[in-house]
Design a protein around this ligand. Structure first.
Ligand SMILES: [Zn+2]
Length: 346
């Protein structure tokens, strides 16, 4: 601020006139210097790989990582990202020494090919930071040579505005830890698939097998539902002019879901009800389907099921023609069934 260094503190010292000692956390400072310097290398690498239309639009640096925003008009491909990462890591291995010239006249700095930053105001004298062929005007804190960065890993690439992309990356220990996390996932997968040599095809095959089995199961359930609905219809009862199909016992809910559509089309002009009071995995459930004539006569499946569900200590509801409920007390299923029959045949 006005050519004076500004220090930001959490609490003001009690004696503002006294002598103060400012200490730098060397490890944290080095991590920040590594990440900040890495933005210079990334900038240069992006311009080499993608082209000189790349310009820095912003950056955020902490001791934990870095963010770099730049102009570019499409999503970077995996190959481009790999090439940029390799380019930066080569610059790190080259161990380029920091060449810093303070108080360089701006015209001279431009002649050196220094890249000025977006919307930044510069004085007459500028600070030029050079690491090999990367030359920038910058007041940030840099590492003494690029080797201290260790290595860089790009963790994401995304769009933040029209024509502006964002790269997030980590360096040094953070890059190691990023690598370990990926290795841990891979190791866990290898263990799950008992050390198969080709984990990708093994997982692909498991996904394909799963889809095939799912399809087979679906066919089986549909077939079973059709067969069951034929048997149930053969045992339909007539009570007070209402045709009733009662379905009890241990039944997979998927099968009940398959039965309802097969009954729907059959009784469009008679009073018909399908009532399932079944158990699955120890849990009771109710399903009620009413034909249109019953619904037109004022019967509401949602209300009927909701009331009957009290017997099984459960709740549920649905539409005027179709409703379901689940509960906790299988002993109440008979009473629930009876209440439903009584209501629709009253
Ligand atoms: Zn810098």
């Amino acid at each position: 601020e006005n050519n004076l260094p500004v220090h930001i503190v959490n609490t003001l010292p009690s004696d503002l006139e006294g002598t103060l000692l400012a200490k730098v956390d060397a490890q944290r400072r080095q991590a920040i210097a590594n990440n900040h310097t890495a933005t210079h290398l990334l900038h240069a690498a992006l311009r080499q790989v993608l082209g000189t239309h790349v310009e820095q639009k912003g950056s955020l640096v902490t001791e934990y990582g870095l963010r770099f925003d730049f102009s570019h008009f499409q999503k970077m491909t995996a190959e481009e990202l790999r090439a940029v990462e390799q380019n930066v890591n080569q610059r790190i291995r080259d161990n380029a020494i920091l060449q810093e010239s303070r108080h360089t006249p701006i015209a001279e700095a431009r002649k050196m090919g220094a890249m000025a930053l977006f919307g930044e105001k510069y004085g007459d004298d500028v600070r030029v930071i050079r690491f090999a062929d990367s030359v920038e005007l910058c007041g940030g804190c840099h590492t003494s040579s690029t080797g201290t960065i260790g290595h860089l890993r790009i963790t994401s690439e995304s769009s933040i505005a029209a024509g502006v992309r964002r790269i997030e990356a980590v360096t040094a220990q953070q890059a190691d830890e990023y690598g370990y996390r990926q290795q841990d996932v891979l190791n866990a997968l290898h263990q799950l698939f008992t050390n198969t040599p080709d984990i990708v095809s093994t997982i692909k095959k498991a996904i394909d097998d799963n889809a095939t089995l799912r399809k087979q199961l679906e066919n089986y359930v549909n077939e079973k539902a059709l067969q069951l609905s034929r048997d149930l219809l053969n045992n339909a009862k007539d009570i007070n002019g209402v045709k009733i199909v009662v379905h009890t016992g241990e039944v997979n809910p998927d099968i009940i879901k398959g039965i309802v559509p097969s009954m729907k089309g059959k009784f469009t002009d008679v009073k018909f009800a399908y009532i399932a009071a079944t158990i699955y995995d120890g849990k009771p459930s109710l399903t009620l389907f009413l034909s249109k004539p019953l619904a037109d006569a004022g019967m509401n499946a949602g209300n009927i099921v909701r009331n009957a569900a009290k017997h099984i200590q459960g709740g549920g509801g649905g539409q005027p023609q179709m409703a379901t409920a689940g509960g906790k007390n299988p002993q109440g299923l008979d009473a629930a069934m009876q209440e439903i029959i009584d209501t629709i045949t009253a």
